[in-house]
Design a protein around this ligand. Sequence first.
Ligand SMILES: Nc1ncnc2c1ncn2[C@@H]1O[C@H](COP(=O)(O)OP(=O)(O)OP(=O)(O)O)[C@@H](O)[C@H]1O
Length: 249
Amino acid sequence: MKPDNSALEVLGLTKRFDRLAVDSLDLTIRAGEFYALVGPNGAGKTTTLRMVAGLLRPDAGAVSIFGIDALADPVAAKQVMAWVSDEPMIYDKLTPLEYLEFVAGLWGIAPAASEPVAQELLGSLGLEPHRHERCEGFSKGMRQKVALAGALVHDPRLIILDEPLTGLDAVSARHVKGLLSARVRAGCTVIMTTHILEVAERMADRIGVIASGRLVAEGTLAELRQQNGHADTSLEDLFIALVTLQVAA
Ligand SMILES: Nc1ncnc2c1ncn2[C@@H]1O[C@H](COP(=O)(O)OP(=O)(O)OP(=O)(O)O)[C@@H](O)[C@H]1O
């Protein structure tokens, strides 16, 4: 089911709660691309990514991560990916450095190997001055960055983030965007949900639009514009047009 260069292949992914949240979704993310998933509130973005990350069992469908069947072998799949929730949980009594060393230990990475990685992550996220302070005194944005650093400490090839920029100030947002772009340049694949369409427009190689649990459009910004028939439309206008069409259908 996996084309040679795909990082993630989702086929027929379906999840129903009291109503259908993800509706037989097909999605292919190429290795090395920065992919933004956008869509209205309740469209099924988080539910899709939680199933991909192995946190929620799909009712139907298949998930392949670099060729690993993530439903049959979730441990192997988790080793090559990172999941960063929009509600991060970290250990408050630890300092960022201790937290990263703790997470690295869970992955079986020796402290001698993890420490330079942790220091580099904290530096690139602007947390270096706070590395020896306990997380309990941190703001929401600082906690988000510690959680992101923790998710990257095992050097995942696929990084999946749910709304990573929400609640971050401009400086922190720039740190996170810089870190993610650097990871993509180094060959990682990033999938991110966002409501900040400007971020999708500026950062993503391709954008997927989800509505009512289905992928209703996908492509580069130029391709989306072409599909919509307006060469100079903003992503916001395209988004509203696509989503309105979906609601009317
Ligand atoms: N644990 C749950 N129990 C019941 N319903 C759920 C649960 N999680 C999600 N849903 C429902 O599934 C649908 C999709 O929700 P989801 O959180 O995936 O949307 P989303 O696109 O991420 O939205 P948002 O942009 O608001 O975060 C919604 O109708 C939501 O109410």
